[in-house]
Design a binder for this molecule. Structure first.
Ligand SMILES: Nc1ncnc2c1ncn2[C@@H]1O[C@H](COP(=O)(O)OP(=O)(O)OP(=O)(O)O)[C@@H](O)[C@H]1O
Ligand SMILES: [Mg+2]
Length: 182
């Protein structure tokens, strides 16, 4: 016990946090690795909400996820578009990468995007999605990325603490342990 990355809390019932892991991520490359480790846990229709301040590493995590899923195109910050679709190169689900920062209208606006893809057949990742797109799915994986600088004596600028929480029946029996550092 003690170090953050050893925490693993299976809990819960329907629509409450079911499983959570907390992992310390020291570099951007390790954040990408975390995204790659997340990919095998996800399938069609899954919704991932990424939250954390500007520059926390949400897009970096999504880049690794895209690599892990084997989708076309490098994941970048969707600054000038609200959503970008990355089709699978391997017959798996597409990755729909949404930046909800300016999605003031929440879900309604999301449905108006008229994406050329079926959300139930895709993995949908939403940066800044908290409080906006939860209704897209009865279940979701919530990822919160926090900087640790200033919180402990050995904290450095690059370290992040990532908390991943599965919400809803979809995640009740899913073991998130593969997300812990290999
Ligand atoms: N441990 C780390 N994890 C993730 N990124 C890191 C880490 N250390 C340094 N970085 C750097 O921090 C930046 C994170 O940028 P990124 O675009 O992924 O953040 P973001 O959360 O998507 O920001 P925004 O809110 O603007 O969309 C990158 O330049 C990355 O190289
Ligand atoms: Mg981003």
């Amino acid at each position: 016990m003690g170090t953050p990355h050893e925490d693993l809390h299976p809990t819960g019932t329907q629509d409450r946090p079911t499983t959570a892991v907390r992992v310390t991520v020291r570099t951007a490359e390790r954040m990408r690795d975390l995204g790659r480790r997340l990919a095998p846990l996800l399938g069609p229709g899954d919704l991932v909400l990424l939250n954390g301040e500007l520059g926390a590493g949400k897009t970096t995590l999504t880049r690794g996820l895209g690599e892990g899923l084997g989708v076309r195109g490098a994941v970048t910050s969707p600054t000038f578009v609200i959503a970008r679709v990355h089709p699978s190169l391997t017959g798996g689900p597409a990755l729909v990468h949404v930046d909800a920062y300016r999605l003031a209208g929440g879900l309604d606006q999301m449905e108006d995007l008229d994406l050329d893809v079926s959300l139930p057949e895709s993995v949908v990742v939403v940066e800044w999605g908290e409080g906006k797109v939860e209704e897209l799915s009865e279940a979701r994986l919530q990822v919160v990325i926090e900087r640790t600088v200033g919180t402990t004596p050995d904290a450095d600028d690059d370290a992040r603490v990532v908390t991943v929480t599965g919400v809803g029946p979809r995640w009740a029996l899913v073991d998130l342990a593969p997300l812990l550092e290999a």
